[in-house]
Design a protein around this ligand. Structure first.
Ligand SMILES: C[S@@+](CC[C@H](N)C(=O)[O-])C[C@H]1O[C@@H](n2cnc3c(N)ncnc32)[C@H](O)[C@@H]1O
Length: 402
């Protein structure tokens, strides 16, 4: 069995990339499926599977074999397609396929040699025979289980194919006024691992709903967009797709664009069965530049409208927004005195620098002026107050017509 890779792995400890929440979820699954394995061992299996995948990424020239326990970890992980794809992206820069050894074919040098090779690759400079994470020396995977895992990997690949690429490039240079702003997919993929999923239902029991603010069950809903059944709607930076799914359930043709594959995979995993919803991977400006589609409403909820220079984004929105159509976006209000391009930090483990993305903040009245300068009409901008409670920061909601 080999791991098919074509990009080198980074230097981060792979076990750290898994995170405690994902480790708990995956190890709980292992314990359910394999009652003979206790929780502590299941957690070590996940850490060791991470190390195995990273080793395969570092040494694509070697034919590595997982131990029986790591193989259990690998199978479990692959079934959690979103988590698995995100981890692969972080550790290898691409999806790591599980390629079974052909029936009857022995791994290079036989099972013992494969075991030594694998442990050496995992341990890096350490002693070749030291098993990591305190696990027993491994036994080797059967052809039948390899075939099973390959099948699950193929299913995962089929499911992910519904996300289409909307951009020629995932990186975009911003206009000269603000220097080079790069739409950093790594930053947003990292953000995706930290952002919890939307609840199964809201306070009134609805399974889809629109939320413009950072607070649950707070603020206006989809009525801001003024759309009805059959309307074409575009979500810029749709993330995990909760608002987009709601637009689709209202009967709209709902298109979401996002630079982050991790975000889009989460959207597909949760809302893949919703009719009328399409996910495009790419940069918002690029999509609006390239597409021939027109939209009745374009919106962004803490999304690409916040993280893109408005002088770049607004002209291309104007081109694709039907006359009289609604542009609306929400984001945190500017901090007094901090206007224009600002830095947003996405935290990572303590021994790594945070990732930085650029955002654009203005006071409400300045947004109204910017929209008018770009030819939008009926522009309004206001800060919705936070709900009563300890948090005080409200939400800026901006709306205009094309
Ligand atoms: C803070 S999240 C908000 C996601 C979603 N709108 C929500 O309300 O949960 C910002 C999203 O915008 C996406 N994004 C940022 N810049 C973008 C750009 N230029 N084009 C497309 N998506 C972008 C990120 O990948 C991320 O998913």
């Amino acid at each position: 069995m080999t791991i098919a890779l074509d990009r080198p792995v980074g230097t981060t400890d792979p076990a750290e990339l898994v995170g405690s929440e994902m480790t708990e979820r995956l190890s709980a699954r292992i314990v359910t499926d394999h009652p003979e394995i206790d929780h502590a061992t299941a957690r070590r299996i996940i850490a060791q599977t991470a190390a195995f995948l990273a080793a395969g990424a570092q040494r694509p020239d070697l034919e590595l074999s997982p131990s029986k326990l790591v193989d259990i970890g690998w199978h479990t992980w692959i079934l959690h397609t979103v988590d698995y794809a995100v981890f692969c992206e972080q550790v290898a820069g691409r999806f790591i396929h599980h390629v079974p050894t052909a029936d009857g074919k022995q791994v290079d040098g036989g099972p013992e040699a494969a075991r030594e090779r694998t442990l050496t690759a995992i341990a890096g400079r350490d002693s070749p025979s030291r098993p990591i994470c305190g696990l027993r020396p491994p036994r080797w995977v059967s052809a039948a289980s390899a075939t099973r895992a390959a099948r699950t990997a193929r299913t995962a690949a089929r499911r992910s194919s519904r996300i289409t690429s909307a951009a020629r490039s995932m990186h975009r240079a911003a206009g000269p006024a603000n220097g080079a702003a790069v739409t950093d997919t790594k930053a947003w993929d990292t953000y995706s691992t930290q952002k919890p999923e939307r609840r199964p239902a809201n306070a009134v029991g609805a399974t889809t709903w629109f939320n413009w603010t950072q607070y649950p069950d707070h603020g206006p809903g989809a009525e801001v967009l003024g759309i009805g059944p059959g309307a074409a709607v575009l979500d810029l930076g749709c993330g995990k797709g909760g608002n987009l799914a709601h637009c689709a359930t209202l009967g709209a043709r709902a298109v979401g664009v996002d630079v982050s594959l991790a975000q889009l995979k989460a959207a597909e995993a949760r809302w893949g069965d919703v009719d009328g919803m399409a996910l495009r991977r790419g940069d918002a400006v690029q999509l609006l530049t390239d597409t021939a589609e027109d939209f009745d409403a374009v919106y962004s909820v803490f999304g690409a409208a916040w993280f893109t220079d408005p002088d770049e984004l607004l002209p291309v929105i104007r081109k694709r927004l039907r006359p009289g159509g609604v542009l609306a976006f929400s984001q945190r209000p500017a901090i007094e005195g901090c206007y224009g391009c600002q830095a947003s930090y996405i935290n990572r483990p303590e021994d790594e620098d945070p990732l930085v993305v650029k955002r654009w903040d203005y006071e409400p009245e300045r947004w109204v002026g910017i929209l008018a300068e770009h030819g939008f009409t009926a522009a309004s901008a206001r800060v919705l107050p936070a709900p009563s409670g300890p948090r005080k920061v409200g939400t800026l909601l901006v709306r205009a017509r094309g």
